[in-house]
Each structure stands twice: as structure tokens, then as C-alpha cells.
Design a binder for this molecule. Structure first.
Ligand SMILES: [Zn+2]
Length: 280
């Protein structure tokens, strides 16, 4: 997994915007930019704060560490640190950071106990896939893009409500916008990123081993789809796509990833331009 921005960030900025009763477009623009700045600051702080919060320590020298370092080198991913933390029985790998100076791979103690070094390597190959796709950065950018239009949307809905004789229209428009973005658009992006990490992991760890791990975990009930996670069938489907479709499958899969990033880029640029225009 890669830590993704919480819905609390845009919600807090919306509440701040409405609570302050923003009247001018300029103030609304500043608020939107401040919301974006908060999310940006989180991007700088989280790669340090999360390991500190977990009290993570460097993974001891040994066969697992050597194997993970070799995996990273083979994948072309430069890591700052490989850490572990006392997780109890929780088996989890976490990829934090987006740059060689702050990329930290965290492997829980539970993971090291439950899986042999081959499976641990396959799980970490998935985590490296989050680094390779710069998922944390794109997720933050998408969150900023979602936060930026809130203040402008509230003003537009308020003005429209006054014009068509439905005061308080913003109280319907904003929750609707948040619901669409946080329940439909962003979760789709998170699920896409998980599949990209699977595609990377399967290529680096080997499709046979990676697919085998997914199937075993699914049979054990340890893998479940959800709001942020694709269904096991979908994940196994990506691995099988690589096995049977080869380069053609990967070309289509990669092209889709580029389109997703182009959409995030355009959405953020438009939202940023609107917020800057409002404060000028
Ligand atoms: Zn993941």
C-alpha cells in the first residue's frame, strides 16, 4: 500500500470556506490555494512522519534485507531506507515517498513472520511498483485538484441558487461534488494504482510467483476487494494479461496509465489556473 490523502483534507477546507462565509472570489481563491498548500505540505512531511509514528527501525542485515536490496537494484528503484516496525501479526508492506531521497520501504514484522523470503520479495515488488508509478505524488496531485475547485464551486452554487430562487443550493451542490469525487473518481484512481503496482510486481518478481501468491492469499481470504482495493479477480486478471498478452497487453495497460496521468495533470492545471485567476 501507499498512504493516500484522507478525505478529511478537502472536507476541512470546505468547512473552512463555508464557515468563514467567504464573500469575495479573491478570498475563496486564497482559501483554495491554502487548501492545496496544506496537501502539498503533507507530501513533504508524511515520508518522515509515518515511519516515525510507527517507530520503524532499519531492517536488520540478513538474507531478507539482502534480497530486498537486490530486488530494488534490479527494479531500478533507489531507496533511502528499508525499515521494519512492530506490527503484531499484521502483515503489511508500505511504500512512502516519491524521490530517491525520501523513498522508504516499510516491511512489517508480521509480514516477515508469516511469509518466506520469496513471498516477502513478491509483496515488496508490488510496493516498489508504487514508487515506479510515482503513485503517492499523483494521488496528492489529484487530491489538490479536487480541493482547488471547492471554494469556487460554493460561490457559483450560491450565486446560481440566488438567481433561480433556491437559496442554499450550495448545500446540495458541494456534498454532491464531494460524493462524486471521493466515492467514485478518486477510489477508481486508487484501484488503478494498485493494479499498476501488481503489473510491476509481477514483472519484477516473476508472473508465476506473483500470481501464485495472489491466488493463495485469495483462497485464504486475506485478499479482498473494496473501496480502495481492486477485487482479487481483477488483480489476478492483470497478471494473467501479462502472461497471455505479453508486450501487447502491457502496451495497452501503460497507455491507459498515461491517459489517467494526463487527465490528472489537465484537471489540476485548470483548477490551479482558476484559483490563481481569482486571487489576481
Ligand atoms: Zn499497493
Amino acid at each position: 500500500m501507499t498512504p493516500l490523502p484522507s478525505p478529511a483534507v478537502p472536507l476541512a477546507s470546505f468547512l473552512a470556506a463555508s464557515g468563514a462565509g467567504v464573500e469575495s472570489a479573491r478570498a475563496a481563491g486564497w482559501l483554495a490555494l491554502a487548501g492545496a498548500a496544506v496537501v502539498g505540505a503533507l507530501a513533504l512531511v508524511l515520508p518522515r512522519a509515518i515511519p516515525a509514528w510507527l517507530r520503524a527501525a532499519p531492517l536488520a542485515d540478513g538474507p531478507v534485507r539482502a534480497r530486498l536490496e537486490a530486488l530494488a537494484a534490479r527494479s531500478g528503484i533507489v531507496l533511502r531506507e528499508v525499515l521494519t516496525w512492530r506490527s503484531g501479526r499484521r502483515a503489511q508492506g508500505v511504500a512512502i515517498g516519491w524521490h530517491r531521497r525520501n523513498r522508504r520501504l516499510l516491511v512489517s514484522e508480521g509480514l516477515l513472520q508469516r511469509f518466506d523470503s520469496g513471498d516477502a520479495e513478491a509483496i515488496c515488488a508490488h510496493e516498489l511498483g508504487h514508487f515506479a508509478g510515482a503513485h503517492q505524488l499523483w494521488a496528492l496531485l489529484a487530491t489538490i485538484a479536487a480541493v482547488l475547485p471547492l471554494a469556487a464551486l460554493e460561490r457559483a452554487a450560491t450565486a446560481l441558487g440566488a438567481r433561480i430562487g433556491s437559496p442554499g443550493l450550495e448545500w446540495a451542490a458541494i456534498p454532491l461534488y464531494l460524493a462524486v469525487v471521493w466515492l467514485a473518481v478518486l477510489p477508481r484512481l486508487w484501484r488503478r494504482f494498485e493494479l499498476e503496482a501488481d503489473a510491476f510486481g509481477a514483472q519484477v518478481a516473476g508472473t508465476e510467483r506473483y500470481g501464485d501468491l495472489l491466488r493463495r492469499e485469495t483462497a485464504a481470504g486475506a485478499l479482498r476487494g473494496g473501496w480502495r482495493h481492486p477485487s482479487p479477480a481483477h488483480r489476478i486478471g492483470v497478471v494473467e494479461g501479462i502472461v497471455h498478452g505479453g508486450a501487447a497487453f502491457l502496451a495497452g495497460f501503460t497507455a491507459r496509465g498515461r491517459r489517467v496521468r494526463l487527465a490528472i495533470g489537465l484537471w489540476s492545471a485548470g483548477a490551479l489556473a482558476a484559483a490563481v485567476a481569482a486571487v489576481m
